[in-house]
Design a protein around this ligand. Structure first.
Ligand SMILES: [Zn+2]
Ligand SMILES: [Zn+2]
Length: 175
């Protein structure tokens, strides 16, 4: 028994400690059926590899996400911009005013143009739906529904309308 203990002992290739064979993980393809690296060493090596790998993975995922986030944001912004412009164009067409412009003062810079609900409540509708869904809703609505309910106002006129008319419709008064 004692002799066997001495025979079944080898030194680890990594830590160079002399250890009993049972301290080496089994490897079928090896001559003695055991790894040349002891259990302790192979464990810490795995741990190190795992750490390096997971750090690399984390780094990669982070850059990927960052990269894609910008891409997604940009696409969404552009798509939203287009959808908004399409909704404004549709309202302008329905009211026969040509290209989108404020129906009170004629202001044309689209950055300041807003879709106004004729009878008020437009803001809460927009808030409930979210801008994108609201624009889609406009695009899916019939010309009559749009003519009766929506107009284009610039931010100034919309503000003034809300202040002075208490959301009474300026455009309707004119017609
Ligand atoms: Zn070792
Ligand atoms: Zn205006």
């Amino acid at each position: 028994m004692e002799r066997k203990e001495i025979v079944w002992e080898k030194s680890c290739r990594r830590c160079h400690k002399k250890l009993p064979l049972s301290q080496f993980p089994t490897r079928k393809h090896k001559k003695d059926g055991h790894s040349s690296v002891c259990k302790g060493c192979s464990h810490s090596r795995k741990k190190e590899q795992y750490k390096v790998n997971s750090e690399l993975k984390k780094k990669y995922n982070h850059t990927y996400r960052e990269h894609n986030k910008e891409k997604c944001k940009f696409l969404t912004r552009e798509y939203m911009h287009k959808t908004r412009w399409m909704a404004l164009t549709k309202i302008a067409e329905v009211h026969h005013i040509g290209s989108p412009s404020c129906m009170v003062c004629g202001f044309t810079d689209a950055r300041s143009l807003q879709i106004d609900h004729v009878n008020g409540g437009g803001t809460s509708q927009l808030r409930k739906m979210g801008s994108y869904k609201f624009y889609r809703y406009i695009l899916d609505s019939s010309p009559k529904l749009i003519r009766d309910n929506y107009q284009i106002l610039c931010a100034n006129c919309n503000m003034i309308k809300k202040e002075e008319e208490r959301e009474n419709y300026i455009w309707r008064e004119r017609n």
